[in-house]
Design a protein around this ligand. Sequence first.
Ligand code: DLL
Length: 437
Amino acid sequence: MERSALQALAQKDFMSRDELESIQLKRLKNIVSHAYKNQALFRSRMQEKGLDDTCIKELKDIQKLPFFKKVDLRDTYPFGLLSVPMEDIIRLQASSGTTGSPIVIAYTKEDVACWQEATMRALMIAGIGSGDILQNAYGYGLFTGGMGLHYGAEGLGVTVLPISSGNTERQIKLMSDFGVTAISCTPSYFLHIIEKAKQLGYDFKKMKLRHGIFGAEPWTNEMRQRIEQEAGIKAWDIYGLTEISGPGVAMDCPARTGLHMFEDLFYPEVIDPETGEALPDGTEGELVITTLNKFGMPMIRYRTRDISVIVKGTCECGRTIRRIKRIDHRNDDMLIIRGVNVFPSQIEAALLTIPGVQPHYHIIVRRHGDLDTLEVQVELSAELFGDTIRSIEVIQKKIGNAIKSIIGLAVTVTPVEPGSLERSMGKAKRVTDLRNS
Ligand code: DLL
């Protein structure tokens, strides 16, 4: 793409709110009408509410529309929500989901282009472009991470290394040999890459790597700091989900006050997860997204189960598209332990405030009689782990106190040997819940 066309694309993030809202309204009317005519489930839900496809007069009329959830994709699996003839579909992607049977998403040629636009805009915010070499270590295949970042980077004229995830030693060798300047993968996989590189005697600071495009799983600011310090790079947070396209729905910016949602393509709302009521900007709730420009399988008011806030006010970077707060948990990540709500990200944040504690941990939930217990297995640095039993006990206590001060519950802390917990190549599995086994 010509430089001027790329500049125009990046400028979309800065359009006036009036212009943006008029595009959103036009697209919302159009997608509602398209889905009403072509998506039987949407039409029947609209009819149940006494609505038809003329009901959108202003943006806030979106609040009248019915919600969609993952279960709707499962119930209509594979193609029940398809809204164009199958011969117009040029791509299928699927998600195994962490919580059950697969879902499939179908894209028309225009939908793929819309998704590519989003990932291009996301990478441009990180300043990635022609001249960069991107090692794309998200999984290629049905998972949207690989293909999503690939198309975005290629569209910008970036040199893409489509390495996919896994084979960590080769990842590091090629990163060094090819002078890779940016990597995309899950933050947990990058931690593994850092660790392996150290073992193999590579010095990250001597490599050309400058940027990491990390997402697909929750990660805390504490984790971000660790990554940046250890690898000497800038760690950017990218958000997305299969149902809405894939990566590139929202992206960090240099101000780090939230992720900008590409609002002309994906319309955000935050709702009260209990009542379904739309909440004002600045209030935490469940993120709901409407695809404004995706026709193969439009998603209208899709309940993501991700918990966030639409950040109030304008961003110091000057972008006018709204921000969502970094997503540190999903509704379904919540563990209820003795009546207390606990999120793995709270434990991660507590652990990483303590020097010598490694960013590798695993949470085990058990039930003894009527009592739920939490065990946190955490790796210590080799120096700490090799220390006397007495000093390990001291650090164990320190970790326990740090966790208790955040979640308000006493947990069992089990320090484990460096390298002993399972490493992930994709989304990390942080919790084993043994309560129902
Ligand atoms: O994970 C798409 C993706 C690929 C995003 C690569 C970013 C980078 P799914 O497998 O459908 O799609 O999982 C979507 O992952 O609802 C969130 O719960 C979580 N998630 C994605 N990005 C982030 C992030 C891809 N940056 C689900 N921070 C979403 C926190 C994230 N959670």
